[in-house]
Design a binder for this molecule. Structure first.
Ligand code: ADP
Ligand code: MG
Length: 699
């Protein structure tokens, strides 16, 4: 019944990029890595600015730290000895010599690109390394004899390996020619006051004149469009969910109290407070939409458990959705144990359950013979029907997108169930407003007592060999160690490379430390993963080599050390999450961040932030501040919702405005049926917030 109602003027923008000039299947594949599949995705890929390449000194005068363009003759080649050493090309201009190091480049390509004796123009950032002046991986290499040159300035787009700036510029130019005129969705008075150009001019200016003051305003307009779309989606979803009046879930007995007393420890003051907030919501006849935010290890699970007990004691069912299968099984085990004797019937449903077993769970669920269903997203799929779902808990742990969550919330809306979303993502306040603006927030801001902060150290990977020896005594006293293998950039081979790295490390460590070393990686079948984690939890293995699938959230209190290889490639928030795996019991934890030299300035600063603080909020803010543009990997993994244009640091004022604007709009024209309302529908489709308008009458 729900059809895509995308307005016709948007059609050219949602066509595949392959229709654009110069974009064939090969380029299209590369663009996918930048998140670009449709024409509109390319439009959102705004240039980060301009690079000035006009500084053209002699080698003797060249200052390190600057972007320079040098004309030099190739002197010599020196291949690296060993895999960690760079290949070096030497070149000079009579006044001095520079070194051009390449990491992981193919020697035959380097021989062809830099034939000894030939002249080359190279442009890139100069650095001093000891006494040597270096230009690591130049951005441009031109052959003046073939008439090639290096531009004085250039627009900078975020690039991916193999995609040249020129290709991207051509494709963007071709996309700009197709821009439709769209109805104005901004409030006229506001747009005039901000001096916003119309949408089409804004897109053109932002692409064609980066660096120009006009482009600054154009960008702001586009950022505001995006923020308004996101805030409007949030406001509409909230309205949709609240429209269905909820129900009062009042416990009949004392199940919550009984279970609470059965816990091996006392709730912290913060846990107790948020539990009261949640229970108060549940008892009201309105639907609960609450976000429970608490840093790693703050004890969200216990709160979820007691909230579920409240729903069950009120005669309804509860559901707990977690990001991974392994985590689902772990929760099933611990919660079944905690609820033993209370009569609570716990079951687990994941994608692994098929056929008869699955059907049996579904039947029991529909008959009301299961009180708490734990599982992956499988528990909210079609065909899974609760007899009477009272509370849906979603343990987000970074993995579910905002979009997915909204769909899910809309789905559970049918049952008018109360919704509790738990997140460990230490989101800055501004970000919280975009991602979770539809929810009331509870925060756990303290950790259970008696935990020493994890001692975090930054070490060069060159010291990896001594590590195994240092770990030996710890393993002997039954401590557990996680060993996280390097993260590789996402591509088709990523999982394969990752697995290979993990397996190689596993073999090495096993040679040194014997059978107490275990392995878990993404290629393993879920049941094997589960078995590997179980063996680790029980102490049959004590050092677990893993790709990042060390499921966020696994709880092994004996774990005291986590080693993270190539830590500089992870997002800070992700490192913080991983670090949260250790120091959960009474013994203090250690986190060893190994980096692969050379470590850049920003990368070092990022790791230092992690070393110096244990406060998830500060880490998130710092990550936000330090993460340069183009660090796609970091962005994707830090849990920040995907805003393509708006920069919440620069555009924080716009966010507040968009928030208010959206609320007013939904108040005045809830069906988006008036003239501005219809234009706003176009805006929502433009930013792919389709889910938010699904439930409106077509206007
Ligand atoms: P998270 O918020 O990261 O999901 P968990 O719920 O997994 O945290 O709790 C982390 C650890 O702290 C678990 O081992 C849990 O048993 C323990 N824990 C939770 N609450 C308390 C408490 N009030 N006192 C002591 N330990 C607690
Ligand atoms: Mg948890």
């Amino acid at each position: 019944m729900i059809r895509r109602m995308r307005p016709e003027p948007l059609f050219p923008l949602f066509a595949p990029v392959t229709g654009l000039k110069g974009v064939g299947p090969r380029i299209a594949t590369l663009l996918v890595k930048l998140g670009v599949e449709k024409v509109v995705d390319l439009l959102w890929l705004l240039p980060n600015g301009q690079i000035d390449r006009s500084y053209r000194p002699t080698v003797e005068d060249a200052e390190p730290g600057r972007i320079a363009t040098l004309t030099v003759s190739v002197l010599d080649h020196r291949p690296g000895r060993g895999p960690r050493q760079p290949y070096r090309v030497y070149a000079g201009d009579g006044t001095g010599v520079i070194e051009i190091p390449y990491f992981n480049a193919r020697p035959d390509w380097l021989q062809r690109t830099f034939p000894p004796g030939a002249q080359r123009i190279v442009s890139g950032r100069l650095e001093r390394y000891g006494d040597v002046l270096q230009m690591v991986h130049p951005d441009h290499i031109a052959d003046p004899e073939r008439g090639e040159s290096v531009p004085e300035t250039e627009m900078v787009y975020p690039l991916t390996a193999g995609l040249s700036a020129k290709t991207l510029r051509t494709a963007v130019a071709s996309a700009l020619q197709r821009l439709p005129a769209l109805p104005e969705w901004q409030d006229a008075a506001f747009a005039a006051r901000e001096r916003f150009p119309d949408w089409r001019s804004a897109v053109r200016t932002a692409h064609e004149m980066p660096g120009d003051p006009a482009a600054v305003i154009a960008r702001r307009r586009l950022a505001y469009d995006e923020l308004l779309a996101s805030q409007l989606a949030v406001a509409l979803t909230r309205r949709q969910m609240k429209r269905q009046s909820g129900r009062a879930l009042s416990p009949r007995g004392r199940l919550v109290e009984t279970l609470r007393e059965a816990l091996p420890w006392q709730l912290t003051v913060a846990q107790d407070r948020v539990l009261r907030e949640i229970r108060a919501d549940m008892e009201k006849p309105v639907r609960m939409l609450r976000l429970l935010q608490g840093d790693v290890g703050s004890g969200k699970t216990a709160v979820a458990w007691l909230a579920a007990a409240a729903a069950i004691d009120a005669g309804t069912q509860a559901a707990l959705m977690v990001p991974t299968e392994v985590l689902a099984r772990q929760h099933e085990r611990t919660l079944s144990a905690q609820g033993a004797g209370s009569g609570i019937r716990v079951a687990c449903l994941t994608g692994r359950d098929k056929g008869k077993a699955r059907q049996q769970i579904l039947d029991r669920l529909a008959a009301g013979e299961i009180d708490l269903l734990i599982g992956t997203h499988a528990i909210f799929q079609d065909g899974v029907d609760f007899r009477d779902l009272g509370l849906a808990i979603i343990d987000e742990q970074h993995r579910f997108g905002v979009h997915q969550r909204m769909l899910l919330a809309a789905k559970s809306a049918r049952a008018a169930a109360d919704v509790l979303v738990m997140t460990a993502t230490p989101i800055p306040r501004t970000v919280a407003m975009t991602a979770y603006g539809d929810m009331d927030v509870s925060r756990i801001e303290e950790r259970p007592p008696g935990r020493a902060p994890v001692d975090t150290r930054i070490l060069s990977a060159e010291r990896v060999d001594e590590l195994a020896d240092r770990l030996r005594p710890l393993l002997a006293r039954d401590d557990r160690v996680y060993w996280i293998c390097p993260l590789v950039e996402e591509d088709e081979q990523a999982e394969e490379t990752r697995t290979a790295a993990a397996e190689a490390r596993y073999r090495e460590l096993r040679q040194q430390l014997g059978t107490q070393v275990g392995l878990v990686h993404g290629r393993m079948k879920p049941e094997d993963k589960d078995a590997a984690l179980q063996a680790f939890a029980r102490g049959e293995t004590r050092l677990l080599v893993a790709t990042t699938v060390v499921e966020v959230g696994v709880d092994v209190p004996e774990a005291t050390v986590i080693v993270i290889e190539e830590a500089e490639r992870f997002g800070l928030a992700q490192l913080h999450q991983l670090r949260g795996r250790v120091g959960r019991g009474s013994r203090p934890g250690t986190c060893l961040l190994l980096y692969r030299p050379p470590l850049g300035e920003t990368a070092r600063k990022r790791l230092q932030v992690l070393r110096d603080t244990d406060d998830g909020f500060r880490i998130a803010e710092e990550d936000f501040r330090l993460r340069g543009p183009g660090d796609l990997l970091g962005t994707r993994q830090s849990g920040v919702p995907d805003l393509k244009l708006a920069d919440l640091e620069k555009d924080g004022d716009l966010l507040a405005a968009a928030h208010d604007d959206a609320r007013l709009i939904v108040h005045a024209d809830p069906e988006l049926a008036g003239p501005r309302g219809r234009a706003l529908r176009t805006l929502l489709y433009l930013f792919e917030r389709d889910a938010a308008i699904r439930y409106l009458r077509s206007g």
